[in-house]
Design a protein around this ligand. Structure first.
Ligand code: EPU
Length: 433
């Protein structure tokens, strides 16, 4: 397993191009199952997660062709998905357990073929993360569901039927899943209390470009009128607001001036507001944002609470916690989306942070300095928070289990290194993870 070593203390100065969003790309890829025409996704991030899903799609019969070269920026990177015929409707445990988003092939397979057998994704380190809302939505659309030895066996012998579905609470995955199924259903589907994360808007707009009828995009009520078939299209994956936010926090932590390009700063407004409150300068530009912090100034502690979009993203909570470790004063951080998403706290403590966690609340008491140590990440966003802390920790910080980072950050060490970070990857042996 690779690890990443960071020598703390370097300022960040330079430009970082933001990649296409992992959490949009994965759902757009699943949409390719819905049509026998090619779907060309541009601005495609090349990540371990998109590779995993590509492997599953190939198993199902989708032709996956990667084009373009891997330059920082990704604009030339595109992938063509062509599901001319579905060869298999079976998504095995081994391919689904590695990445939860694989479960979202269930709806499109049902919509396209009327049947599917897909493994349940299983638990993960950030909480139980069940899929009950996904299954309830599909059941409401006329799908017969049976659970057998860890698999969902689903049939829609008469096709999917439009339905009115009110989610009991907001779920990104369930909203996307229901949307992916509803576009080919017979009749109108109304999704109430729908999630409105920008990646859902991106998926809905791509589906519309493929011929779907979706109203209420970016609101909490989606109205989908089923059509009989969809066509192909070319679609640019939306900018990754979590990658953008992570580098914004990195710049704020290290001090200096970083220009984020190909970015959509309005999609991280909740983070920006908190950074500004803490003392960071954030200036929008024509194609992104400049994040600046005078290294001589100590940031002020501020409180955050994670919420569904447009609130403060849970996927930025770990990074913000890292930022608060050296701020002046106490910061109270509430995690409201996942029940177990503070695993980075004890690792940050190994670097000298003072954090106490009680249930969904963490109190970070700012310290003067962090000190390099060996740390280990347990999930993707936790990993990047350790890298961010390592940027200022005195001496060397080594972050283990980098495969978590590779799931969602494209060429991280290259992007940070280009701005002056003293960061390098240490190649290790490959292990099963
Ligand atoms: N939930 C249920 N039942 C369901 C579905 C969700 O109880 O059927 C619960 C979850 O356990 C969680 C809450 O509802 O407590 C919210 O989960 P949601 O469905 O909104 O999240 P998700 O679709 O599983 C996506 C992202 C996550 C991101 C969350 C929240 C993808 C592939 N994943 O997960 O991203 O944290 O939305 O914004 O889009 C990441 O990229 O590192 C990541 C974890």
């Amino acid at each position: 397993m690779d690890s990443i070593a960071i020598q703390g203390g370097a300022r960040l100065n330079g430009t970082i191009p933001v990649s296409g969003a992992k959490n949009s790309a994965l759902k757009l890829m699943a949409a390719s199952i819905l049509t026998d025409q090619p779907l060309r996704l541009t601005n495609m991030p090349r990540l371990a997660d998109t590779k995993f899903l590509g492997r599953l799609l190939r198993e199902l019969g989708v032709e996956v062709t990667e084009n373009g070269h891997a330059g920082v920026g990704g604009e030339e990177q595109e992938t063509l998905f062509h599901a001319a015929a579905i060869r298999s409707t079976f998504a095995p445990y081994d391919l689904v357990r590695q990445m939860r988003a694989s479960f979202n092939v269930l709806g499109p397979l049902l919509a396209r073929t009327g049947e599917a057998k897909v493994s349940l994704p299983g638990g993960c380190t950030i909480g139980a993360r069940p899929v009950d809302l996904h299954l309830q939505a599909l059941t409401a659309m006329g799908v017969e569901i049976e659970l057998d030895e860890g698999y969902v066996i689903a049939r829609a012998p008469k096709g999917l039927k439009g339905a009115e579905i009110e989610f009991p609470f907001v779920s990104v995955g369930a909203t996307e899943h229901a949307l992916l199924a509803a576009v080919l259903a017979d009749g109108v589907t109304v999704l109430k209390k729908a999630a409105r994360e920008p990646e859902i808007g991106d998926l809905a707009r791509c589906l519309v470009a493929m011929g779907a009828k979706v109203e209420g995009i970016d609101t909490d009520e989606l109205v989908i009128t089923g059509v009989t078939s969809l066509g192909g299209t070319e679609w640019p994956v939306i900018a990754d607001r979590i990658e953008m936010g992570s580098y914004a926090v990195a710049a704020a932590m290290a001090g200096g001036e970083v220009r984020l390009t190909r970015a959509r700063p309005e999609l991280m407004q909740a983070l920006t507001d908190k950074m500004v409150e803490a003392g960071v300068e954030v200036t929008p530009t024509a194609d992104g944002v400049i994040v600046r912090r005078d290294p001589a100034l100590r940031l002020k502690a501020v409180n955050v609470a994670t919420e569904v979009y447009p609130g403060f993203a849970t996927d930025l909570q770990a990074q913000f916690m890292a930022l608060m470790t050296t701020a002046e004063g106490d910061s109270v951080i509430h995690e409201n989306i996942f029940e177990n998403r503070f695993m980075h706290a004890p690792e940050l403590a190994r670097l000298g942070a003072d954090i106490s966690v009680h249930a969904g609340e963490a109190v970070v008491r700012g310290v003067e300095a962090l000190h390099g140590a060996q740390v280990m990440a347990t999930d993707l966003r936790a990993s990047v928070s350790l890298v961010i802390a390592g940027l200022v920790a005195e001496g060397e910080t080594t972050v283990g289990r980098v495969y978590h980072l590779d799931r969602g950050f494209e060429r991280l060490e290259e992007k940070l290194g280009a701005c002056g970070a003293q960061i390098r990857r240490i190649k290790g042996e490959d292990h099963e993870h």
